[in-house]
Design a protein around this ligand. Structure first.
Ligand code: FAD
Length: 400
């Protein structure tokens, strides 16, 4: 049998893409070498715009009621000033959630299956099939071949689809941080995502499922080798820099092992070509400093599914995926640049420090600022000279 689309990778990028295409009436094969439920190296923040997309897909309540607490606010503590406020609502969603990937990814996979996608777990794609013109026409693995009009790589950072398609990278910046996290049960509060910028360390608290909080520590890549000589000691030292967090962590129960990665490069990959396209981390990878990979995967899944649907429905499929490619870059380049800036862990310039202090003094402007961090306020619009002048002149809080 031949499919309209084969999607390789069934997590936050692949399952929504497969679901949307199947709902549009296309024959979709969704493959993953993993079996579900299963975990990945990732913390858990789904920003409000991500929850809004889940809402538009009819999945908001399934995710919101999956055992992670509703987050009422973000707190970004820079030491001299603290920005703390609810993030702004977006398209009918009001709260972010930190849902464990074992739970979130399984919900998304079930939704793809329910939509009619054929799902095969525990299946590894090893290469692409091509016709005489070089156009991608399917996938192959150990003992199988499948054909489709388009192959979509949602297979993450080390994407086999990208490698086999020859997708190059651009806007590259190598890994800037190393990341460590563990879970603590009984840590309060349960309704606030807390982010502490501590010079050469960041400490982040994400309340998640099972009454647990993910306690995340990042250090600059340049210190990775030193950090790994005694991970637990360096992790504890970072937490000790915030006495209020250290006291809460000490009173909580550690659950499970430490998770770590220093493999967080920043880049775009060419997102599409004849018979193939990339979505999620496969096409756009970045440091987790803005905790945006899941939300961005949802946005890209919607963009790509819309493009592929129009191409499969009598349109020009190649032109449709090229329009996706352009829109993907247009939408995410400012965020990629801001991510690299934040992940460099350089202290803010005096101008930025003054801006953050002014924002911190205004609850309304703090909420607007979190609109930038969650991706609902365009970065260029927020940092436009007239908007910065408005904030600094004390007009902060006039409008959200
Ligand atoms: C430390 C850390 C913390 C993070 N925290 C956050 C956060 O708080 N919020 C947020 O939004 N983002 C966060 N991210 C980013 C987020 O985890 C990723 O952006 C997201 O997982 C990308 O999803 P994806 O579906 O594109 O790829 P993945 O989640 O990597 O899934 C790819 C899938 O493809 C499958 N696959 C791969 N190769 C093959 C093959 N050859 N054949 C078959 N299947 C294959 C894999 O088994 C896997 O299931 C974090 C990342 C890191 C590293």
């Amino acid at each position: 049998m031949s499919f309209d689309a084969i999607v390789v990778g069934a997590r936050v990028a692949g399952s929504p893409t497969a679901m949307l295409l199947a709902r549009a009436g296309h024959r979709v094969l969704l493959l993953d070498r993993a079996t579900f439920p299963s975990d990945v190296i990732s913390t858990h923040l789904v920003h409000v715009p991500g929850m809004a997309l889940l809402r538009s897909w009819g999945l908001h309540d399934a995710v919101a009621n999956a055992g992670a607490p509703r987050l009422a606010r973000f707190t970004m503590d820079f030491g001299p000033f603290v920005i703390s406020a609810p993030p702004p609502p977006s398209d009918g969603a009001a709260h972010p959630y930190c849902v464990r990937r074992t739970v979130l990814d399984a919900i998304l996979l079930d939704a793809a299956r329910s939509a009619g996608a054929e799902v095969r777990e525990g299946v590894t794609v090893e290469g692409l099939l091509r016709d005489a013109s070089g156009r991608v026409t399917g996938v192959r693995g150990d003992g199988f071949e499948e054909h489709a009009r388009i192959v979509i790589g949602a297979d993450g950072l080390r994407s086999v689809v990208a490698r086999e398609a020859g997708a190059g990278t651009y806007h590259d910046t190598p890994s800037l941080t190393a990341c460590y996290y563990a879970y603590y049960r009984g840590l309060l509060p349960r309704d606030n995502a807390e982010i502490y910028q501590l010079g050469d360390r960041a400490v982040v608290l994400f309340p998640t499922n099972d009454d647990a909080t993910c306690v995340f520590v990042a250090c600059p890549s340049a210190q990775f080798h030193d950090f790994r000589t005694d991970v637990e000691a360096h992790y504890a030292e970072a937490i000790s820099r915030v006495p209020s967090v250290a006291a809460r962590v000490a009173a909580a129960e550690r659950v499970g092992r430490m998770h770590a990665t220093a493999d967080v490069p920043n880049f775009f990959r060419t997102p599409a070509g004849p018979g193939w396209a990339l979505v999620g981390d496969a096409g756009y990878h970045k440091d987790p400093v803005m905790a945006a990979g899941i939300t961005d995967a949802f946005v890209s899944a919607q963009l790509l599914a819309d493009a592929v649907h129009s191409g499969l429905s009598g349109g020009d499929l190649d032109a449709a995926v090229q329009s996706y490619a352009q829109e993907r870059d247009r939408r995410f380049l400012p965020a990629l640049q801001l991510t690299c800036q934040l992940a460099s862990m350089e202290p803010p310039s005096p101008e930025m420090a003054a801006l953050f202090a002014t924002i911190a003094a205004s609850p309304a402007e703090s909420t607007r600022f979190f609109g930038v961090m969650q991706g609902s306020t365009p970065i260029a619009e927020y940092f436009a000279p007239d908007n910065l002048a408005r904030i600094m002149s004390g007009a902060a809080g006039a409008a959200i």
